[in-house]
Design a protein around this ligand. Structure first.
Ligand SMILES: Nc1nc(=O)c2c([nH]1)NC[C@@H]1CN(c3ccc(C(=O)N[C@@H](CCC(=O)O)C(=O)O)cc3)C=[N+]21
Length: 285
């Protein structure tokens, strides 16, 4: 039976350092502040927002939400985003995605100040993640997987890692973070031939495809480490990962659950980014 890697243990370990850094900022008269920009009220945005608010409060980070109506016009939306860019009290911005269909997300990515872009969506931050330059910000969920593996002392250097999923929020940036740590990375997707065979070769398997319980026991090698990034909510409101937990746990050496796994570390990484941004913006004054 694999060891269950619990998100709360990782978040707790991160908490001590973050509290100290927040205290350091406050001694200099700086109150780190996150602004959340939400358009409409999608349930998964609200779930993340609740978690983020709770985590920021626990760490003494200010958090304010700017809520815009679902049917807002592109020009007004862009104005609001620019206001947050220019607001000196705001150190970091989190824009919930995906945006409603009528809004231009590509335009938004180009407007957000790279120094305030907490979820690594703008081209400058994407480029830095790909270049292995850690003066930028990676998407929080991708970085949460690294925090999870590091906390449980899973070595990455030289390891065969298979990432299932190629999204710009998880699969691709995470692959670059793993590569920086000298893992041998294979990225799988819907057109991968013999997905089970490729997955079975993994020493570390990351499921980030967004398909409930698609990773089954026959796809996991003996004593593999399995990290589940999936957040799939069914009609009854139950949350499922991309991994069929019960059967895969028998096979794996370590496995992260859903909920209470990677998803619950994401808000701690978000907090870390806000602290980093506040420190960097203060040092540059
Ligand atoms: N730019 C952007 N980045 C995101 O990362 C992003 C987003 N937009 N829009 C919304 C979705 C949704 N999302 C969640 C992440 C964690 C939990 C989470 O904390 N889950 C807990 C359970 C939370 C609970 O208690 O309900 C867990 O996995 O254990 C939920 C939802 C991030 N998203």
């Amino acid at each position: 039976m694999g060891i269950v890697m619990k998100g709360a243990d990782v978040a707790n370990a991160m908490k001590e350092e973050l509290l100290q850094r927040v205290a350091g900022l406050k001694e200099k008269g700086v109150s780190p502040c996150l602004a959340i920009l939400r358009v409409g009220a999608r349930p998964d945005d609200l779930a993340y927002e609740r978690g983020a608010k709770k985590r920021m409060e626990l760490l003494g980070i200010d958090c304010r939400t700017v809520e815009l109506p679902r049917d807002i016009r592109q020009e007004i939306f862009e104005e609001k985003l620019k206001e947050l860019n220019e607001d000196g009290r705001v150190h970091g911005i989190l824009l919930f995605r995906p945006l409603p269909g009528h809004l231009n997300e590509e335009a938004a990515k180009r407007i957000v100040d790279p120094g305030k872009d907490m979820d690594g969506m703008c081209p400058a931050n994407v480029a830095k993640v790909f270049a292995g330059d850690d003066t930028g910000y990676a998407p929080c969920t991708a970085e949460a997987v690294i925090e999870l593996l590091d906390h449980y002392k899973i070595p990455l250097s030289g390891k065969r890692v298979v990432v299932v999923g190629r999204s710009m929020v998880v699969g691709r940036p995470l692959s670059m973070l793993l590569l920086k740590r000298h893992a041998t990375v294979t990225i799988c997707h819907t057109r991968t031939r013999d997905l089970p065979g490729v997955c079975r070769e993994a020493e570390i398997l990351v499921a980030a495809a967004g398909k409930a319980r698609m990773i089954t026991q026959d796809m996991v090698g003996e004593q593999a480490v399995v990290a589940d990034v999936g957040i799939n909510v069914d009609e009854e409101g139950n949350m499922w990962g991309d991994v069929d937990f019960e059967t895969v746990q028998e096979q794996a050496s370590h496995i992260s659950p859903v909920p209470r796994g990677v998803g619950s570390i994401t808000t701690s990484v978000l907090a870390k980014h806000v602290v980093q941004a506040a420190e960097r913006q203060t040092d540059n004054e």
